[in-house]
Design a protein around this ligand. Structure first.
Ligand SMILES: [Zn+2]
Length: 481
């Protein structure tokens, strides 16, 4: 069941709100809706709403406090109404019994303004009425164009007013006064259709029998359902089921739940500071700030280079193209990385050095070949908020070769795939271990001479194009600044 109207944000509950909430839950209350009364109470109200999952709220200025409504308050109401748990504009209305608190004309102006806000924000209104039936229904009727949703709370008025309210498409909610012995509300209760009423306590006021005269609280809301079931001669369960359904529809609670889920989800997505699985590092701090590097990191790597030289014979077309490969050549180097552009992107500048001494096994007396690769890479990370990031790399390379002492340089392309393991080090920074497989292609051929017959020595010209395949292990450190 849902207590659709309880002022448990007031002084009366300051001492024992925790127990009140527990008793409500124990009594089977699913949700409590707290309508705001006046601006001084908004902060406390929001505090409760954010502390207790079961509480939703309405925002507005009660007719008793209509004097306090001004442009600034209106701005606050509009701001607060964006809260995902705000389900209505309320409590608003007219109270001519206590007309010394705010003059009727002020009340009417403030009531109208708040109805306009509600319509604009597409929120329903929670309406208070005391001794103001005619003006109240006239104002509401003026604004009903089919889009105004209103509940006349604590309904204890005439069947005439009920009929008018029902005709305008409004709902009513019943509270403790229907349980009082002297109650003359039976006719109203009998008359109201099953899909147009809700139940409420109006805590701390209006405690139902058998607690009449005491402080009211949400756990007593079941007494209201009991009384309605007696008058309507229906089962208590049916009344609970129906009033709960009506409240959920009226306040669009399912939509609110969904939007809360969405807001939580998007807040989570915006939170760059935590791994996707919700865990943070053991020290509990570092990853709150950086799930993976967003700043400058420096590193080094070591790997094995397989160099394949593609040779095309220029002068002697009878010699077929061939590939000569050298395997297991050590490659090492360093990197500078920057992760500040986007979560899924790391920019890396790398330098790799390989010295191929294997050529001397085949051509004694030859100088070792030196290959220096300068790679500018973009590392793309589809899962940046995981502990282990997968990445694909691509970018241009500048390749400097010294082949048997003759220098040539080349523009190339580097590409690769790998994993990054994030290891936070508290107070120092973030350590990345990356295992990857990087390829470098030379895009254009270099012309050079090779010996085709060692004895006697005959040389011929070839176009040479190298390809480098380097599985490598990187260590990158992103220091804390
Ligand atoms: Zn109220």
């Amino acid at each position: 069941m849902i207590d659709t109207h309880a002022h448990i944000d007031t002084e009366a509950f300051a001492e024992d709100i925790e127990e009140v909430i527990e008793r409500a839950k124990a009594a089977g209350v699913e949700h409590i809706i707290i309508p705001a009364i006046e601006p001084n109470g908004y902060d406390n109200l929001i505090g409760l709403v954010e502390k207790y999952e079961m509480i939703y709220f309405g925002i507005g200025v009660h007719p008793h406090s209509a004097d306090k409504f001004d442009d600034e308050v209106e701005q606050r109401i509009r701001e607060i109404a964006k809260h995902p748990k705000c389900v209505a504009i309320g409590e608003i209305g007219l109270d001519y019994y206590y007309n010394e608190l705010s003059a009727p004309d002020v009340q009417k102006r403030v009531f109208r303004r708040q109805i306009e806000i509600a319509k604009e924000l597409e929120l329903p209104i929670i309406v208070h009425n005391r001794d103001s039936d005619d003006d109240l229904i006239a104002v509401l009727g003026e604004y009903q164009d089919g889009n105004l949703r209103a509940v006349l709370h604590c309904f204890s008025d005439s069947t005439e007013l009920l009929k008018k309210a029902l005709d305008l498409g409004f709902n009513v909610s019943f509270t403790g006064n229907i349980t009082f012995k002297k109650s003359e509300h039976s006719e109203v209760i009998e008359l109201v259709p099953l899909d147009r009423f809700m139940i409420e306590t109006d805590s701390p006021y209006m405690a139902p029998v058998p607690n009449r005269g005491k402080r009211n609280e949400p756990s007593y809301v079941k007494e209201i359902a009991k009384k309605i079931s007696e008058v309507k001669n229906m089962s208590y369960d049916k009344i609970i089921e129906q009033s709960t359904k009506n409240a959920k529809n009226f306040f669009k609670l399912l939509m609110v739940l969904m939007s809360i889920a969405l807001v939580t989800q998007s807040a989570y997505a915006q939170d760059d500071y935590r791994y996707k699985d919700g865990s943070i590092d053991e020290e509990g701090e570092y990853l709150e700030k950086a799930p993976y590097p967003k700043f400058i990191g420096i590193g080094g790597f070591v790997g094995t280079n397989t160099i394949v030289e593609g040779q095309t014979f220029i002068e002697d077309s009878n010699i077929p193209e061939k590939n000569i490969s050298y395997e297991g050549i050590t490659s090492f180097g360093g990197t500078v990385t920057y992760g500040g552009l986007a979560d899924y992107l790391i920019i890396q500048l790398g330098y790799a050095y390989s010295k191929n001494t294997k050529v001397q096994e085949e051509s004694p007396g030859a100088l070792p070949n030196i290959h220096q690769l300068i790679e500018l890479s973009s590392l793309w990370i589809p899962n940046p908020h995981n502990k282990i990031n997968v990445f694909g790399a691509i970018g241009p390379s500048f390749i400097m070769n010294s082949i048997n002492g003759v220098d040539n340089s080349q523009i190339g392309l580097n590409t690769g795939v790998g994993f990054i393991f994030n290891i936070p080090i508290k107070g120092a920074g973030l350590l990345n271990l990356a295992a990857e497989w990087r390829l470098n292609f030379e895009l254009k051929a270099n012309e050079r001479e090779v010996e085709v017959q060692p004895n006697p020595v005959v040389t011929t010209k070839i176009d040479s194009k190298n390809f480098y395949s380097i599985p490598r292990l990187n260590i990158i450190f992103y220091p804390d600044f």
